[in-house]
Design a protein around this ligand. Structure first.
Ligand code: PEP
Ligand code: CO
Length: 395
């Protein structure tokens, strides 16, 4: 029995699910995926867990990054190679400065579903369902595009398989290792790609699966799903997280206290990280859990530009990373790395950087389907800043 079958017999509340108009078509798409080859191998997930255990012990760093939301029409050799190369260049800069290996983990080959703060979007007096990522519906503001379409699960599977193939070629060419991750949000997709193995059940849609800030309810279906699979799991922790929430997540998701199993992704915002994080880290550490801590300096720092674009300022992003590292250094714990939204292309979505993007530049090349990403230059700016923060000797 894989988790696709288990879904029928368990029923905790499920947050952030689309309102699929045709449940039967959804179940038939899921059943089809359940019969197709898994996208990644269970042994690969185990190997990533080992790499993350090294991060938990303070012997390595984690660099996780990629699109906020992948787009089916943008999946292809150029965008995949651009993200792969950007993460590779960033990892090289950081590894050299920190004197530690850097594990590269893409938000890629499955990052197609988005939680939304509002179910609906209104424009000029018209109200339609919100865009929930290309796994669910289309971003165009028409009733047709916004209707959830289960055939998108099949298209996401094919696009992810193609991206993974390409990543495997790139890794074979360049050497090294590269892992995939996404938010495990649409549970029909995740359960359909879960597989039983002699060492337990795995979610084989990607190597690491994470639970977002909006779906980390302890009694919810996303935590339940994550508790049942053997993959490395991450959970986003926003500023409202209490130490008790974090401790219960540890008990639920890492009952055996296995280093590398659980990663906490702190996403507090530059203004809150220095106040909100210390208590969480101190209490989790005191409990004896060996989790990986990384910083997502993107999702707590989203602002609106005068032109109405959702954007993020590089200065806030860097400030949150500095705050995160300061907190860990003052507690004697390991600041394990970062989680970023980035692309290897020259988009104009975030503000600042050496080749400065100003607020008035945002409309020039704003292509994200969801949140603003760092462009290539800004990603390298962050890498050099990380290098100076993590440097064993002054750079
Ligand atoms: C995301 O990573 O794109 C996201 C929605 O993050 P969070 O769950 O932290 O808000
Ligand atoms: Co995002």
């Amino acid at each position: 029995m894989n988790l696709y079958d288990i879904a029928a017999v368990t029923g905790p509340p499920v947050a952030q699910q689309p309102d699929w108009p045709d449940r039967e078509a959804l179940l038939s798409a899921a059943a089809e995926l359940a019969g197709l080859p898994a996208l990644v191998a269970a042994e690969e997930c185990d190997r990533l867990r080992d790499r993350l255990a090294a991060v938990a012990r303070g012997e390595a760093l984690l660099l996780q990054g990629g699109d906020c939301a992948e787009r089916l029409d943008a999946v292809g050799p150029e965008t995949t190679a651009a993200k792969f190369q950007t993460l590779g260049r960033m990892a090289a800069v950081l590894s050299e400065a920190a004197g530690l290996p850097v594990t590269r983990l893409g938000r890629i080959a499955g990052q197609f579903a988005k939680p939304r703060s509002s179910q609906v979007e209104q424009r000029d007096g018209v109200e339609l369902p919100s865009y929930r990522g290309d796994m669910v519906n289309g971003s165009a503001f028409t009733a047709e595009a916004r209707t959830p379409d289960p055939d998108r699960l099949r298209r996401v599977y094919r696009a992810s398989a193609q991206t993974l193939d390409h990543l495997r070629t790139l890794t074979a060419d360049r050497g090294g290792e590269f892992w995939t991750s996404h938010e495990a949000l649409v549970l029909e997709y995740e359960r359909a790609l879960s597989r039983s193995t002699p060492s337990g059940c795995y979610g084989l849609s990607g190597h690491l699966l994470w639970i977002g800030e909006r779906t980390r309810q302890l009694d919810g279906a996303h935590v339940e799903f994550a508790a049942r699979i053997r993959n490395p799991i991450a959970v986003k922790l926003g500023p409202s997280t209490t130490p008790d929430d974090a401790l219960r997540l540890v008990d639920r998701l890492d009952p055996d206290r296995e280093p590398g199993r659980l990663t906490f992704i702190s996403r507090m915002g530059a203004g809150a990280v220095r106040d909100a994080l210390p208590d969480l880290v101190a209490k989790v550490t005191a409990s004896g859990a060996e989790v990986v801590w990384i910083c997502d300096p993107m999702h707590g720092n989203t602002v609106s530009s005068p032109s109405g674009h959702k954007t993020r300022r590089l200065v806030d992003i860097l400030d949150e990373v500095r705050g995160f590292v300061e907190v860990h250094r003052s507690l004697g714990t390991h600041p394990g790395g970062v989680h970023l939204e980035l692309t290897g292309e020259h988009v104009t979505e975030c503000v600042g950087g050496t080749y400065e993007i100003r607020p008035e530049d945002l409309p020039a090349r704003y292509e994200s389907a969801c949140d603003p990403r760092l462009n290539l230059g800004q990603a390298l700016d962050v890498a050099f800043e990380l290098a100076s923060i993590y440097a064993v000797a002054p750079v």
